[in-house]
Ligand binder design. Structure first.
Ligand code: PLP
Length: 476
């Protein structure tokens, strides 16, 4: 493809992209395909000869697109969203065009300096203390792993980086039973041993029971373990439960334990001054992660890690082979030393585009709208005698189920699973589930970039229709 063909193809792609974004609602939210169906339509071998763009694009529309889940559809209510937005997409296009490796200051000074600037903008806008320093990681999973590796290096008598962990690690990590699986993964791959991840029970609202945390730490110390880190959840994946950052912080301070806050989804709420209480106790935390790629309209991937002591992070990750040394190393940030990967994408650019396009006030308005819309949906549910909201919280994740006092938990679980499947099978909306205390609940996350009240009304109507159909079927 020469550059004049590139220009022509890019123009037609941008038209396609704008049409897609404008009319994304015409697609079925989830694809109607069976496992293996897409692969069957693809050739077994790479093409030997060049193919033209028109043919590749035709196959994209014919083979690939029908197999896609439309995450940007305003009625995609599952998991947590992976929101994009027009400015973020444009920045991604520029990033891809520049194709820069932003590992060191010298490899793209603007990328490094913009990263420092936008993370600092966000720190201030989110009401985080000046003691925090930001760095962009690819995902929250990586940030949590980085936090635990840094804590591991700090809390071992000798350097694990130098000598390895042997014979076995007495270091312990704590999180609630509702914490995200990325904590388990980080503990596993950091060599601490999954048996050293202590899962702390939760309260009725699914936040960590901090008395149980304290007790677990005390018992571990008595038994010779070294409590290393607590990962608190500011917005669990299941129900968006909010651990008490302050209470956990006090315990961590008392026992000199690293406190990492996983705010992957709900952290964005800190942009709202009225949500600042969520982070009360931040002065006692060591690291914090949130994902603009979830609820801040920034294309996947973009995760911001704030850390109090960047030198501990750098001490854990810095490697300085001759071929990477530069004459500026003493006076600049080389973000390659702030995490696992060497090569780094220019993620700050899309944040810059998003923040400038919406303005902080524009982002806040969108977040407030989501919270308002969630309140409306909760209100509809509260007025329905057979709908129960489980784990109510002040944000925009609603866990609900159908209830019937004559049905046992197991029957209800089966019915609610069938209900969600019936809704999802229509392709008109998409929900995902979890289990809270063995109770099957449907999660409704109201955070799409373009979600409006009419989408929620349509989804609610669909839920009610499918529920009635199921009940009619069961009673006949
Ligand atoms: N933490 C929480 C609370 C999450 O909900 C998720 C993903 O949904 C993650 C961490 C992992 O996020 P990522 O995909 O950025 O690694």
């Amino acid at each position: 493809m020469n550059y004049s063909e590139f220009r022509k193809n890019a123009h037609s792609l941008v038209d396609w992209m704008a049409d897609y974004l404008e009319k994304k609602e015409i697609h079925s939210v989830s694809p109607k395909v069976s496992p293996g169906e897409i692969a069957q339509k693809l050739p077994d071998h790479a093409p030997e000869h060049p193919e033209n763009f028109e043919d590749i694009f035709k196959d994209f529309e014919k083979v690939i697109l029908p197999g896609m889940t439309h995450w940007q559809h305003p009625k995609f209510f599952g998991y947590f969203p992976a929101n994009n937005s027009a400015p973020s997409i444009l920045a991604e296009m520029l990033m891809a065009t520049l194709g820069a490796q932003c590992m060191s200051w010298l490899t793209s000074p603007a990328a490094t300096e913009l990263e420092t600037k936008v993370t600092e903008w966000l720190r201030k806008s989110m009401g985080l203390l000046p003691e925090w320093t930001g760095v962009i990681q690819d995902t929250a999973s990586t940030a949590t792993l980085c936090a635990l590796l840094t804590a591991r290096e700090k809390y071992t008598q000798f350097s694990v980086n130098d000598r390895g962990i042997f014979p076995s690690s007495p270091l312990r990590v704590y999180c609630s039973t509702e914490a995200h699986s990325s904590v388990d993964k980080a503990v596993k791959i950091s060599g601490l041993g999954i048996s050293n991840l202590v899962k702390i029970p939760v309260n009725a609202d699914f936040s960590m029971n901090t008395q149980a945390l304290k007790q677990a730490i005390q018992e571990d110390i008595e038994q010779g373990y070294i409590p290393m880190a607590v990962v608190s959840a500011l917005g669990t994946t299941g129900s968006c439960a909010l651990d008490s950052i302050e209470d956990i912080g006090k315990i961590c301070a008392e026992f000199s334990v690293w406190h990492h806050i996983d705010a992957a989804y709900a952290g964005t709420a800190l942009l709202l001054p009225e949500c600042s209480d969520l982070i009360r106790g931040q002065e006692m935390a060591d690291s914090f992660v949130f994902n603009p790629h979830k609820w801040m309209f920034t294309n996947f991937d973009c995760s911001i890690m704030f850390i109090k002591d960047p030198s501990a992070l750098i001490n854990t990750f810095a490697i300085n082979p001759e071929y990477l040394k530069t004459s500026h190393d003493e006076e600049v940030r080389n973000y390659r030393d702030w995490g696992i990967q060497l090569g780094r994408r220019f993620r700050a650019l899309k944040l810059w585009f998003v923040i400038r396009t919406y303005g902080v006030s524009g982002i806040r308005a969108k977040l407030r709208n989501h919270l308002q819309l969630a309140k409306k949906v909760k209100n509809w549910m509260e007025r329905h005698e057979n709908i129960e909201i489980i784990a109510p919280n002040e944000l925009n994740v609603i866990c609900f189920r159908y209830v019937d006092k004559y049905m046992k938990l197991e029957q209800l679980n089966i019915l609610n699973a069938a209900w969600m499947k019936a809704v999802n099978d229509t392709g008109e909306a998409f929900f995902t589930h979890t289990k809270l205390n063995e109770t099957y609940v449907i999660r409704w996350v109201i955070a799409q970039t373009d979600v409006e009240e009419r989408h929620l009304q349509e989804a609610w109507q669909l839920l009610m229709d499918k529920l009635n159909e199921l009940k009619d079927r069961d009673s006949s």
